[in-house]
Design a binder for this molecule. Structure first.
Ligand code: PLP
Length: 237
């Protein structure tokens, strides 16, 4: 049988996840593969779906909404989970609340309140991860570790959201031990919130270049783009 490149890549990434979980004594079903399809067309998503992939991550709202509509038109009955993983502008929360199942990039209470207010009544609560800045001044995105506990307590109380966990994008770092150290900081923050009684089950961390380190530090969602769809050649505005 001839496999498409995307199907082949998905199988290879799955095998890498399998090896990484085994290496640290975890179970394969503890780690969800989120296929990051930003900049790739709906046809690429359909190819991944045909290969069995069901969860997709998108960063750019308009591109994502067009793609979700195109995929739903071809496969109206298929249950696909769409995760928003890009920066959120406060005037764009309504379509995010209406069209996505997860949002990984909440870093301010105002955004969380709007998502909760705007989540349609006939949809399940929107799954939320709070994005944390674990790289200090090197990164502008994410709540600081110091401000995280207060934000988490407040987000957990919003009625139409379900706070699931934490997300981070550490600074690119080639050294595996340093990759692990950054992910270990996110894991420690996650464990501290759980110890304080906030029910979390999700650590969204790890991309194509640092997935193994993230899994070793407890990732439950890895967000993989390049290793599945290939190199991105443009950056939408
Ligand atoms: C683009 C992106 C990814 C995927 O990155 P790759 O290096 O292509 O695997 C993961 N997470 C976020 C937040 C992204 O923006």
């Amino acid at each position: 049988m001839i496999m498409s490149t995307i199907a082949y890549n998905l199988q290879a990434v799955d095998a890498s996840i399998d090896a990484a979980v085994k290496a640290c004594g975890r179970a394969r079903d503890e780690v969800l593969l989120l296929a990051v399809s930003k900049t790739f067309p709906a046809d690429a998503v359909l190819e991944a779906i045909a290969a069995g992939q069901t969860a997709f991550g998108e960063n750019y709202l308009q591109e994502a909404l067009d793609k979700i509509a195109a995929v739903s038109a071809v496969l109206p009955q298929r249950q696909i989970a769409w995760h928003f993983i890009g920066p959120i502008q406060s005037n764009k929360t309504r379509p995010i609340a209406a069209s996505f199942d997860w949002v990984h990039t909440v870093e301010r209470l105002k955004i969380a309140e709007r998502l909760s207010e705007q989540r349609p009544a006939d949809s399940a609560p929107l799954n939320i991860c709070i994005q944390v800045n674990i790289s200090g001044e090197a990164s502008k995105s994410g709540v600081s570790p110091a401000d995280l506990p207060e934000l988490a307590r407040r987000v957990a109380l919003l009625p139409r959201l379900r706070l699931r966990g934490l997300m981070a994008i550490p600074e690119p770092e080639p050294d595996a031990a340093r990759q692990r150290a950054a992910f270990a900081r996110l894991r420690a923050l996650y464990q501290a919130l759980r110890a304080d009684g906030i029910a979390l089950d999700t650590l969204s961390m790890g991309m194509s270049a640092d997935m193994n380190a993230a899994i070793a530090e407890g990732a439950t969602i890895v967000r993989i783009g390049t290793a599945i769809f290939g190199a991105r050649t443009y950056q939408p505005q």
